[in-house]
Design a protein around this ligand. Structure first.
Ligand code: AMP
Ligand code: ZN
Length: 394
């Protein structure tokens, strides 16, 4: 392993995204640190076999492209509230809990207490949904490429996607694979050859709301009050080397409240959601703030998109203080998509206009992680008021 230090000016609002995004530049990068104070350099630890000169060139040109295509905006904080100070448990204590089972990079299983707590957190989302009259949907965890292409996800966030395939209907190929596994000493010898598999036509969903638009393909929603859908389930994002703890998983649980209707109706619902979700977390005893934001980018086109998002106040995130490098964790986002998805799925309001859409997305694992570090690794010891709110039994 060697360390490469690249002198480059990185604007303050891009330092975190550069530090996390640089892993996608090359598989030989195993750790990265941007000087967060001055932003005058990035240090990367790289495998010995990497060619430092060409790696530096790749990283430099990626950073330059990122800076070039992104305009500078000050993030604005629209709400902020306190709670108890400091953390009750460290992330190490949380990860050491007998209720958390690491089952592979970014894959966790929770035992009964944490599963009940997670279910209770989802229950709070359900109550919010009911409060705004949302209708529940059941959606698949897999999406077709055709669908995600229509959502423009493939162009914007290819680095996050996981692709799904399977064997061709071919006895020879299937039987040969079975034999390969029977003789394998280690799992690496069970990686299937792509000769026997079909071309990739499906992906694991990276968020919930995309399927909702597809359910309304060519449909009509009321113009007066938005149609509101809610759904939840596992979502998948390949976060590369950033997947080190509970806060950034490959397979995580999301709950979404999705609105479709007039621009004003969708925007009003977002304001209400910001207010209600903030109040909810405050009552759970979690401090936090709601800030304008943008989606982290890697490829060039998305950078324009993220700039646009911030310029237009299209994305807000609810952040809770967290003992990670950033000092906080986004546990929910409040998004407006204008008429982007509705025009791609021909969704209109009943007065004939192209609908607007928006979503409120909750990272359920992250809310749980925030509760664990703020109130303790064992939910039995959480404050009575939080337990009561979550209706956890005494
Ligand atoms: P986004 O669609 O990026 O706004 O994500 C919605 C919410 O999902 C975020 O606010 C996070 O709480 C959660 N989330 C996003 N990515 C991850 C991840 N890799 N692991 C766990 N939670 C995540
Ligand atoms: Zn969404």
């Amino acid at each position: 392993m060697k360390t490469l230090r690249i002198e480059v000016e990185i604007p303050e609002d891009l330092r975190r995204d550069v530090e996390q995004g640089v892993y996608y530049c090359s598989g030989s990068i195993v750790a990265s640190r941007v000087d967060r104070e001055r932003g005058s350099s990035i240090e990367i630890d790289v495998l010995d076999e990497a060619d430092p000169a060409s790696l530096e060139q790749t990283v430099r040109s990626w950073i330059e492209q990122t800076i070039r295509s992104s305009l500078r905006y000050e993030a604005t904080t629209v709400r902020e509230w306190g709670g108890h100070d400091g953390f009750v448990a460290t992330t190490e204590e949380v990860l050491g809990s007998p209720e958390i089972h690491g089952l592979g990079e970014g894959l966790v299983a929770y035992g009964p207490k944490l599963t009940r707590a997670l279910r209770a957190i989802r229950g709070l989302c359900e109550s919010l949904s009911e409060g705004v009259g949302a209708d529940p949907f059941t959606l698949p965890a897999v999406a077709t490429l055709e669908h995600m292409h229509r959502c423009d996800y493939l162009r914007q966030f290819p680095q996050l996607l996981s692709f799904v395939t399977h064997f061709r209907e071919d006895f020879g190929a299937i039987d040969a694979y079975s034999l390969q596994c029977r003789n394998a000493q280690v799992a690496d010898e069970c990686v299937p050859s792509t000769d026997g598999t079909r071309p990739v036509k499906r992906v694991l969903r990276p968020a919930i709301c995309y399927h909702v638009y597809a359910c309304f393909d060519g449909g009509t929603v009321p113009g007066k009050r938005p149609f509101i859908a809610c759904a939840h389930g596992d979502c998948f994002r390949y976060e590369s080397r950033n997947t080190t703890s509970l806060d950034r998983l490959f397979d995580f649980r999301m709950y979404e409240i999705v609105a479709m209707g007039s621009e004003a109706g969708v925007r009003d619902l977002r304001e209400r959601m910001i207010e209600e979700v903030s109040g909810l977390l405050e009552r759970l005893g979690l401090p936090g703030r709601v800030k304008s934001s943008n989606d982290p980018f890697f490829v060039s086109g998305s950078v324009m998109m993220s700039t646009f998002q911030r310029a237009q106040d299209l994305k807000y995130e609810l952040e809770v203080p967290f003992p990670n490098r950033e000092g906080h964790l986004a546990v929910a986002s409040f998004n407006l998509h204008q008429d982007f998805f509705a025009s791609r799925f021909a969704i209109r309001t009943d007065d004939g206009a192209v609908a607007h859409t928006g979503c409120t997305a909750f990272g359920l694992d992250r809310i749980l992680a925030a509760m664990l570090v703020h109130h303790g690794a064992d939910p039995d010891g959480w404050p009575a008021s939080s337990r009561e709110m979550l209706r956890l039994p005494d």
